[in-house]
Design a protein around this ligand. Sequence first.
Ligand code: 0O2
Length: 211
Amino acid sequence: MERHWEFFLAPYKQAVEELKVKLKGMRAQFEMQGVHSPIEFVTGRVKPIASILDKAQKKNIPLDQLEEQMQDIAGLRMMCQFVDDIQTVVELLRKRNDFTIVEERDYITQKKESGYRSYHVVIRYPVQMIYGEKNILVEIQIRTLAMNFWATIEHSLNYKYSGKFPEDIRQRLQRAAEAAYLLDEEMSKIRFEIQEAQAAFSRKQDVKDNE
Ligand code: 0O2
């Protein structure tokens, strides 16, 4: 990797690693209390250089303005079981004092043209570097497992077709997005039963582990 990029991306890498620990820690605290965790799992990545350059070109972002204008060089994803959990997670993020929220984008009530649904929270996160504090932007995407399934598949197809989907695929993806949303709605309706079953299962596991 070119040295310039290595220096530029260093605080982003640091932030992703730190935030993965912190956000996974939130899940661990729910588990410890033996209550339903609104967070199912957390992932994080630093955007590959090729994708940064691609996006900068598409959006006309000068390379010397990446820090302020590209909000997702560092990205975290928090997956939830139920749609209602998303708001719970957002509220937990709003209460934290290790970063500030600079923007929220609700693509759940206002889905994207493609059918994409997720809740995006952009934060300003302070990273302690040896030369001092660096404040960087990080995008946290919060979505259900069903929304994540759809987005992952659509993302790979997008790569294959470079964003220009044949009409039939575009329509199928939109129908699939609606089906994923319907799945979320159905699961929400039997949420109580699911959670009871999960709690019973985890109690059984605890007993087994202590045997
Ligand atoms: P990658 O590979 O995930 O890093 P825009 O690019 O105009 O849509 P903007 O201003 O960059 O939007 O911010 P937005 O829409 O809040 O966040 C962009 C990111 O959200 C994308 O990053 C994706 O991760 C995700 N996303 C947004 N729309 C879609 C979509 O239609 N399908 C899928 N699968 N993901 C989407 P990148 O940079 O596109 O890609």
